[in-house]
Design a protein around this ligand. Structure first.
Ligand SMILES: NC(=O)N[C@@H](CC(=O)O)C(=O)O
Ligand SMILES: [Zn+2]
Ligand SMILES: [Zn+2]
Length: 344
């Protein structure tokens, strides 16, 4: 029997949604993740420390009995966010980052930022108190091709922002291109990136060749296979700048299987298992622990987890769907097999 034991991993980017959906999403995360950075793109978004604190309580209440899973909360940055919001967030202790959504870039980003120069004062306070900025790195202009929105964002928005704020820590979330890998590697150590399992395992052919498969539609959109190759190299390189962020983003089946489907792929049912497949295929299983369990806490200046989890090699059948409130969510690999499983 082939097994793999790792220091307990954390997820540095996940969507748990809210309300009755927490009864599904929180136990999935609590299965073996120690901590997770919880995205604040609720309706309405969690923009104040008080809203983030109330959301945290709802998540804690949804944990299975005996679970020590720790939600790390994030403030949603708007053009109305104040220096006082940032200072109170830092003082409260449970907010670990602030999220920049370019307005209109992705699911529930309407309240985001139209022009980053409008939040420069707030970014300066974040740098001062030591709260990292998490970035959905895509421009939103209609005339920019959807496959180029990440690269254009790096060139026109993020490079100047990182230069203007010389001590701000920045995580470029869910990177999808070789351009983003190059950007992060060339940037100072205070710039890191999360990489999803689905961007390691898939490229745009999986979504579009032989029929359009809406469950592969997420943002930033899956790219050409040559970008997938660069992401695999980055994740398995051992560089502390790259760490695990699933971006597990469930949407109801009907919202995905639609003439205008929502962006987001659900991977929380098998996150570390899917990463294990990707690292194994790259011949780099020995690099999984750094990526999944060390680089994230080191970047966030939190202690590494001290206990372990064990995965066993062997195919298991992924259900066609999981319950999701009144409806269901179709996970990545629905109705197919996954070749690793965490031992309960
Ligand atoms: N990644 C996605 O495609 N969707 C995310 C939002 C996000 O992370 O951009 C969601 O909340 O559904
Ligand atoms: Zn995003
Ligand atoms: Zn996300």
């Amino acid at each position: 029997m082939t097994t793999l034991t790792l220091t307990r991993p954390d997820d540095w980017h996940v969507h748990l949604r809210d309300g009755e959906l927490l009864a599904h999403t929180v136990p999935a995360m609590a299965r073996y993740f120690g901590r997770a950075i919880i995205m604040p793109n609720l309706v309405p978004p969690a923009v104040t420390p008080e809203q983030a604190g109330a959301y945290r309580e709802r998540i804690l209440a949804a944990r299975p009995a005996g679970s020590a899973f720790e939600p790390l909360m994030v403030l949603y940055l708007t053009e109305g966010t104040t220096a006082d919001d940032i200072r109170r967030a830092k003082a409260g202790g449970f907010v670990h980052a602030v999220k920049l959504y370019p307005a209109g870039a992705t699911t529930n980003s309407q309240s985001g930022v139209t022009d980053v120069s409008r939040v420069d004062e707030v970014l300066a306070v974040m740098a001062e108190v030591g709260l990292p900025l998490l970035v959905h790195g895509e421009v939103t202009h209609g005339h920019i091709d959807i496959f180029e929105r990440e690269k254009v964002f790096l060139d026109t928005v993020l490079a100047p922002l990182v230069a203007r704020h010389s001590t701000l820590r920045v995580v470029l979330e869910h990177i999808t291109t070789g351009d983003a890998v190059d950007f992060v590697l060339a940037a100072p150590d205070r710039v890191g990136a999360t990489i999803t399992a689905h961007h390691l395992l898939f490229n745009r052919n999986h979504m579009l060749a032989g029929g359009i498969r809406p469950h592969f539609y997420c943002l930033p959109i899956l790219k050409h296979g040559r970008h997938q190759t660069r992401l695999i190299e980055a994740a398995t390189s051992g560089s502390p700048k790259f760490f695990l962020g699933t971006d597990s983003a469930p949407h109801a089946r009907g919202a995905k299987e639609s003439a205008c489907g929502c962006a987001g792929s659900y991977t929380a049912h098998a996150a570390i298992e899917l990463y294990a497949e990707a690292f194994e295929a790259a011949g780099a299983l020995d690099k999984l622990e750094g990526f999944a369990s060390f680089h994230g806490p080191d970047f966030y200046r939190l202690p590494r987890n001290s206990d372990t989890i064990t995965l066993v090699k062997g195919d298991w059948d992924v259900p066609a769907s999981y319950p999701f409130g009144q409806t269901e969510v179709v996970p990545v690999r629905a109705g197919e097999k996954i070749s690793w499983q965490v031992v309960a």
